[in-house]
Ligand binder design. Structure first.
Ligand SMILES: Cc1cc2nc3c(=O)[nH]c(=O)nc-3n(C[C@H](O)[C@H](O)[C@H](O)COP(=O)(O)OP(=O)(O)OC[C@H]3O[C@@H](n4cnc5c(N)ncnc54)[C@H](O)[C@@H]3O)c2cc1C
Length: 857
């Protein structure tokens, strides 16, 4: 065993071996994997081995597609078979809602390059004769599904990594991790200590324990999972003989069941409602190649439905029941990336579908370690998406909820109840008493909308407009006509201070920093010139700035800020989290309202649009921004939590004469739509450039050498290929939710391959593992075919949208080829909502207050 290496990967499951292989392929060969026992000694050995590409997050779906494509390459390099069976599979819908869900998934596939097809139950039965089609209303066929040998695949990664020079040390538990002042890790193992620049936690079932070695409580929990194997079935053998094909994989949402052929019988697994965590606090170190006791009673309700739906299986004898544990993060997606607050401590854990996701996880993490950037939009699996509130108990409740709902429909207006409330502001009880329907915003309870007296404060979940529609409309109208107040504690807030703070921010941000007492809006880019942040920044003192940003990206942004802080202590950064909370007032009467609460001049002359000032509001020390996300005349007021109730009461009392209304997050989002304002993580994400994102007003290429400037200048010089645009949609009773395809009547006009950018600048490899350079490698764009229907083509995708209540229009934002971005013609575009193409028209100017006169006051 070497004593010094560049990186140590802890854990020899499928994920650790994939990370090792990808690091070696990217050129880091001075690396070592240390495994406690033998390879596959965690959950990898007893997996059912199924794989598929579909995922609710299109970016994760693309990384799954990469994993599936990788297996052939892996077999060739390693000489080890993965026993690939690419059978294809169907998802069966038992209800109109589930069919809507499949239509949505299928529509997304139109620009993601997925070859799915909507089929009838009888077509599905032809491929899987064991089912009874009368229970279903439709299905979706996905050709890129199948199964493999989990142990063979893990060994294939390991062999390929070894061939490239990586070392694997078996039967050697890692006991302790310490870090020297120069950042070197001491990996203390049973066989001695290895010093390494980087450590990767691929501990799988023990990822929590390997996290605790460095004082981190990772939000992962193992769940028991059961599948059963039938005796050989004559029906299966007959089908194979007749068709020359293996039976396909089947997913039955209603039964919470998945099945596939295993030898000449069937493998059937369940995600049962009565699910059970395994080792909820500590994972025993002596657990190895063993199984848990089966508990058929727990999965009996699923089996009952399954046997009705698949009578062919009901009569088969059960040969074996496998019950084994595997880990989940609270939302079921992996935890990948560097852990904020630590240096060179990486994780790749919580991977619940190692054989669908392991390759993509390995590729993204190795890019990140080698190039300083994952090269893909990996937000959906970034470990930074969880905050401190994701504790052991929170994770336990959320993982159980997620597991039991794995095959349930998640509606766009559905807030899940487990582990709530996690964080609350001092106004929580008041908001609930005011009939607020609360939502979870990065662990914080936030009002979504307010039910009028006599109406139940509860969402009716739906893909269509729902019971909140009328009430959100009222909140918007009263705010826009008079004045409204809302809680904004769920924004991220930071303070940057110190003598070099302005230089630091100028290096990170694309816009010039404001003068003292002024505010700017500014995107932030990575070295590839892609959007990694969008902030409001106020200069609050001589060497002090306040920053507001996306709540969900707090750890993601802190990690970036910390990585770029000067080492000499000349800049300090503080994240407030909930130690600073806020309220926003907006609408034409908001200025008169503020004037009643303060003892200074807040007229538009004295307190201008985009001014920042510290002042007492209702007697409480506050920071006030003369700007709001409503795009109306308005203010954001920030205070310590101890003052929030005082300020709220003062606002409500003083606002009574103006007929003030409480409005929630949904009204706020509706108002931003009619101003064409983008949102972070929907319109603005690391897959888009700043000019593609139509953010040119905030990009000052000439100011100084900020991160990403060169790439942004190139994008500007060449002209963006795509543009973010806003649409009016002739919707009926359902508005867009995001990820819908945008069609255009462009006849024979070809815009080249219409691509949804996926990666950027990351090295890509050909099938022999050789790095591919050139234009495709530079964009990393995934090959996506434009879908053609007569004169119509899919030319883009929706990022978000909804109903803009004040202007009474259904609106959407999304990306289209730049050549079409200013074409406001009628009849040129259609947006596919729940499988129906609705006419849409680009609106270059926002419909509400296009001149900005109201906003400036
Ligand atoms: C019943 C069942 C069915 C499944 N079916 C599927 C399926 O069909 N498709 C699919 O994609 N996935 C399936 N899975 C999930 C799949 O098994 C996991 O996604 C995958 O195994 C995760 O791999 P891993 O490498 O992260 O973790 P693990 O396999 O748990 O590997 C972690 C490794 O780290 C080692 N380790 C931990 N701590 C230390 C330490 N301190 N020192 C040294 N070594 C250490 C362990 O010994 C272990 O070998 C299934 C799981 C189960 C249980």
């Amino acid at each position: 065993m070497k004593s010094h290496v560049k990186a140590v990967v802890i854990g020899g499951g499928v994920v650790g071996c994939s990370v090792l292989y990808h690091l070696a392929r990217a050129g880091w060969t001075d690396i070592m994997l240390i495994e406690r026992s033998e390879l596959t000694s965690g959950s990898s050995w007893h997996a059912a081995g199924g794989f598929h590409t579909l995922n609710g997050d299109p970016n994760v779906a693309k990384l799954q597609a990469y994993t599936v494509q990788l297996y052939k390459e892996l077999e060739e390099i390693s000489g080890q078979s993965c026993s690939l069976h690419l059978t294809g599979g169907v998802m069966l819908a038992d209800s109109p809602e589930r069919m809507d869900f499949l239509r949505l998934a299928h529509a997304k596939g139109r620009y993601l390059g997925m070859d799915t097809e909507l089929i009838t139950p009888s077509e599905a039965k032809k491929m899987f004769p064991l089912m009874d089609e009368k229970h279903f209303v439709g299905a979706m066929w996905d050709p890129v599904e199948g199964h493999l040998d989990p142990s063979g695949t893990t060994h294939a990664y390991a062999k390929a990594a070894k061939k490239l020079g990586a070392e694997i040390v078996l039967r050697n538990p890692v006991k302790e991790l310490t870090q020297d002042p120069d950042g070197t890790w001491n990996v203390v193992t049973e066989q001695g200590t290895v010093r390494a620049e980087h450590v990767v936690n691929c501990g799988g079932l023990w990822a929590r324990e390997v996290g605790r070695m460095v004082g981190v409580e990772l939000p992962v929990l193992a769940m028991e999972h059961m599948y059963l194997l039938t005796e050989p079935m004559p029906e299966v053998e007959a089908f194979n003989k007749e068709t020359g094909r293996e039976m396909i994989g089947v997913l039955d949402f209603k039964g919470e069941i998945y099945t596939r052929q295993e030898r000449n019988g069937i493998l059937l697994g369940t995600y049962e409602k009565a699910c059970k965590p395994w080792s909820p606090v500590n994972t025993p170190w002596d657990f190895g190649h063993e199984l848990l006791a089966p508990d058929l009673d727990r999965i009996a309700p699923s089996l009952e439905i399954g046997f009705q739906h698949f009578p062919g299986i009901a009569n088969a004898g059960i040969k074996q029941v496998i019950n084994g544990p595997f880990t989940f993060a609270p939302d079921g997606n992996p935890l990948v990336g560097p852990v904020q607050g630590l240096t060179n401590y990486w994780v790749a854990c919580g991977v619940m579908a190692g054989f669908s996701q392991g390759g993509g996880v390995g590729l993204a993490l190795s890019n990140w370690m080698v190039n300083g950037d994952p090269g893909f939009d990996v937000w959906g699996m970034d470990v930074a998406r969880w905050g401190e509130w994701a504790s052991l108990r929170y994770t336990n409740a959320k993982v159980r909820e997620n597991y039991s709902r794995r095959f349930s429909i998640r509606f766009p207006n559905e807030e899940l109840p487990a582990a709530r409330p996690a964080q609350t502001t001092p106004l929580y009880d008041t908001m609930v008493a005011n009939n607020a329907v609360m939502g979870d915003s990065w662990g914080l309870e936030t009002p979504l909308w307010f039910a009028p007296e006599g109406t139940e404060p509860k969402d009716i979940v739906s893909f269509h407009r729902s019971n909140d529609f009328e009430h959100i409309g009222n909140e918007v109208r009263v705010t826009r006509d008079r004045v409204g107040v809302t809680e904004i504690a769920n924004f991220a807030k930071y303070e940057v201070s110190g003598p070099a703070s302005e230089d630091f921010l100028n290096r990170l941000m694309t816009n010039r920093m404001p003068k003292k007492g002024r505010i700017v809006l500014t995107p932030m880019l990575n070295e590839f010139g892609r959007l990694i942040g969008d902030f409001t920044i106020a200069k609050s003192g001589d060497d002090k700035f306040m920053i507001w940003g996306s709540s969900a990206a707090q750890k993601y942004h802190m990690r970036w800020f910390e990585q770029h802080l000067p080492k000499d202590g000349s800049v300090r950064i503080h994240r407030f989290d909930q130690t600073l909370v806020g309220l926003s007032i907006a609408g034409p009467k908001s200025q008169a309202l503020l004037a009643k609460l303060v003892d200074e001049d807040v007229s538009s002359k004295a307190f201008r649009f985009m001014d920042f000032r510290e002042m007492a509001v209702g007697g409480a020390p506050c920071m006030v921004n003369r700007i709001t996300y409503t795009g109306d005349l308005g203010y954001e007021i920030w205070m310590a939590p101890a003052y929030q109730r005082l300020v709220y009461k003062a606002i409500k009392d003083a606002g009574e004469e103006f007929g003030i209304v409480d409005f929630g997050m949904r009204a706020l989002l509706s108002m931003r739509l009619e101003k064409n304002f983008p949102t972070w993580f929907r319109e603005l994400r690391p897959i888009y450039g700043p000019f593609e994102g139509s953010m040119e007003r905030f990009i000052k290429l000439e100011k100084n050498d900020f991160i990403g400037r060169e790439a942004a200048a190139k994008e500007h010089a060449e002209g963006p290929k795509l543009r973010r645009v806003s649409f009016y949609v002739d919707a009926q009773d359902a508005d867009v939710m995001g990820d819908e395809p945008i069609w255009a009547k462009v006849g024979a006009k070809d815009f080249g391959t219409i691509e949804k950018p996926h990666g950027y600048g990351a090295p890509r490899f050909d099938e022999t593992g050789k790095e591919v350079r050139g234009s495709d490698a530079a964009t990393g764009a995934s090959a996506v075919r434009g879908i053609v229907d007569g004169d119509w083509r899919v030319v883009g995708w929706v990022t978000s949208g909804g109903y803009a209540h004040y202007v009474q229009k259904s609106m959407a934002q999304g990306y289209v080829p730049a050549a079409l971005a200013e074409n406001e013609a009628e009849g040129l575009f259609e947006i596919e909502i729940l499988g129906h193409r609705r006419p849409a028209r680009i609106n270059v100017e926002p419909p509400f207050d296009p001149s900005g006169d109201k906003m400036r006051g």
